[in-house]
Design a protein around this ligand. Structure first.
Ligand code: FAD
Ligand code: NAP
Length: 533
């Protein structure tokens, strides 16, 4: 029987891993990438390019290398834990080369439309129209994986800022920001305190005369560097902590996180304290912001009520004159114009089963990949989504009925609305471990801790108390990787390696007596909790 042909739209991190997933399941991938190279958002260019996400020159990723790698390809041990964007793209290039993915990619080829074939209800096939160098082509595919990203279209809410049309200075969206040189000696307002707003405020404050960071509701600020210098996501993302989170509930979780963040600097004193609790907002990660605030280079302000030709008037009645530049770091909106009416997006809200499958198609042959805003890295989630989707395309897994999927979507959306403050950026949120475990279960690769506890206690301890890294989903089940066990047990080594630039005695704290005592206590505690259930 001929192999099923799958169209993969986009050759960013999600597209690359989906090509590999297709190959692993014996499907034939054909990837279309509108730009002239792979890497998606992580390929920096001096000017923004239409239809592709755009980053600034200095961007350092805020998910650490152990938590963001693809599951069977750890990031080289000498790479820093938080990589500059040039190293992130380098890693994607290594991945593409290692698994021979490049030959499946058609560069400079834009997908213009994806329509159901007339016999879709029986064939599940799609007619994909592409355009390359002015030439259009139509091809029929058995499945489509949409990997076109969701940080491309600038959300520029000018209607919320009366007077901006009269403002004589410069204003633009953070998508168009590249480097700080242009702001030398200027008075700059940055609107929005997501990760873009935080990064830009810090960077521009090194050259500008004054930076004002305007936020309509404040924010909790996390560090990349966690306790004892470990990457924060490594520290927070263990299965054990996740179980504790479930047991303790949101109240305790918020108390714990807010206490930690306030220990570093008092959010109220720095004018940042929001009314909402820590887990009700997508985290802003910034180690430098409090330093720039305490030294006066960044001043935190409330929401802008209106602009005049040269000034900003804030909701608290205060005013800042002689403003030269306003940068709207107000996030992104997403859509899929090529899908026409197969999938609807209204104000960043979309109805997808497990954030992947539209529930109303006669055949499950269309999947959205990476369309999630996780509290953690997107790439390994895209990979697990790809592993599940290719199993579904192949007929190895089935989806529930339309009504069951719709009921689950409604429940998920209700829970999201209950937990997060209402905002256009909180429509596709997902917790990292919960999302990974759920997908892994669907794929059949969730590690079985009970059986492993008997056969491999050393590994089980790491799976319980160590960071829940993507590699853990290559231990068992389809796509099992022989190198997984060793890679998991050497996680600590890869975290430490890039920091070992000077010889220091007793550098290895993993075997210290305190750590061992802590570990034993944790085991006893865990056993007690498990026996309680
Ligand atoms: P993208 O990287 O956006 O790639 C999509 C690709 O699809 C592009 O190459 C585009 O050209 C192509 N394409 C689009 N439409 C078409 C079409 N019609 N036809 C053909 N090709 C098409 N995530 C993290 O996990 N960790 C981070 O620390 C992190 N930092 C970020 C920093 C910034 C500044 C921003 C804006 C986002 C960040 N993200 C981060 C999120 C980011 O979206 C993901 O890291 C990742 O890039 C998603 O990969 P993707 O392949 O899904 O999308
Ligand atoms: P974002 O997370 O959507 O944040 C947008 C900010 O703008 C929020 O503070 C939001 O406030 C505010 N905002 C939106 N509309 C507004 C309005 N009408 N009036 C006032 N304020 C408004 O966007 P982002 O910061 O660009 O981040 C996008 C993605 O890129 C995220 O996934 C982020 O983690 C990632 N990123 C990562 C890095 C990094 O790794 N270093 C750097 C930059 C971005 P509300 O919360 O009140 O809506």
């Amino acid at each position: 029987m001929a192999k099923k042909r799958i169209a993969v739209i986009g050759a960013g991190a999600s597209g690359l891993t989906c090509i590999k997933c297709c190959l692993e399941e014996g499907l034939e991938p054909v990837c279309f990438e509108r730009s002239n190279d792979i890497g998606g958002l992580w390929r920096f260019q001096e000017s923004p390019e239409e239809g592709r996400a755009s980053i600034y020159k200095s961007v350092i990723i805020n998910t650490s290398k152990e938590m963001m790698c693809f599951s069977d390809y750890p990031i080289p041990e000498h790479y820093p834990n938080f990589m500059h964007n040039s190293q992130v793209i380098e890693y994607f290039r290594l991945y593409a080369k290692e698994f021979g993915l490049l030959k499946y990619i058609h560069l400079k080829t834009t997908v213009c439309s994806v329509k159901k074939q007339p016999d879709f209800s029986t064939s599940g096939q799609w007619e994909v129209v592409t355009e390359s160098e002015g030439k259009k082509e139509t091809t029929v595919f058995d499945g489509v994986m949409v990997c076109s990203g969701h940080h491309t279209n600038a959300h520029l809410p000018l209607e919320s800022f009366p007077g901006i049309e009269k403002f004589k200075g410069q204003y633009f969206h953070s998508r168009d920001y590249k480097n700080p040189q242009l702001f030398s000696g200027k008075r700059v307002i940055i609107i929005g305190i997501g990760n873009s707003g935080g990064d830009l405020a810090v960077e521009i404050s090194h050259t500008a005369k004054q930076v004002f960071l305007s936020t309509r509701r404040g924010s909790w600020i996390m560090n990349r560097v966690g306790d004892h210098g470990y990457p924060i996501d490594v520290q927070l993302s263990s299965r054990f902590k996740n179980y504790m989170k479930m047991i303790c509930g949101e109240f305790i979780q918020n108390m714990y996180l807010e206490r930690k963040m306030n220990q570093r600097f008092d959010h109220a004193m720095f004018g940042l304290k929001p009314n909402h609790r820590a887990i009700s907002q997508h985290p802003t990660v910034n180690d430098d912001l409090p330093n720039r605030i305490i030294s006066g280079f960044v001043k935190v302000k409330g929401n802008v009520k209106a602009f005049t030709e040269t000034a900003a008037i804030f909701e608290d009645g205060s005013r800042e004159d002689d403003i030269d530049v306003v940068i709207f770091a107000t996030g992104y909106s997403f859509d899929f114009p090529f899908l026409e009416d197969s999938v609807k997006v209204v104000k960043n809200k979309i109805s997808l089963y497990k954030k992947v499958f539209p529930p109303n198609l006669e055949k499950p042959t269309l999947a959205m990949i990476g369309l999630i805003q996780p509290l953690g890295a997107i790439m390994p989630i895209s990979e697990l989504q790809g592993r599940w989707v290719t199993q579904v395309f192949k007929g190895l897994k089935t989806l529930p009925s339309e009504s069951e999927m719709k009921a689950e979507i409604a429940k998920t959306q209700e829970e999201m609305a209950k937990r997060y403050v209402e905002s256009q950026r909180h429509t596709i949120q997902g917790d990292y471990i919960d999302t990974m475990e759920e997908l892994a279960d669907l794929v059949g690769v969730k590690p079985n801790l009970l059986s492993l506890a008997i056969t491999d206690p050393k590994l089980t301890l790491q799976l319980l108390f160590g960071p829940c890294t993507p590699i853990q989903y290559r231990l068992q089940g389809p796509g099992k990787w022989a190198g997984a066990r060793n890679a998991i047990l050497t996680t600590e080594k890869r975290i430490r390696k890039p920091l070992m630039t000077r010889v220091v005695e007793n550098n290895d704290s993993t075997s210290s007596p305190i750590t061992m005592v802590r570990l034993m206590l944790a085991v006893v505690l865990f056993a007690a909790i498990m026996s309680y259930f």
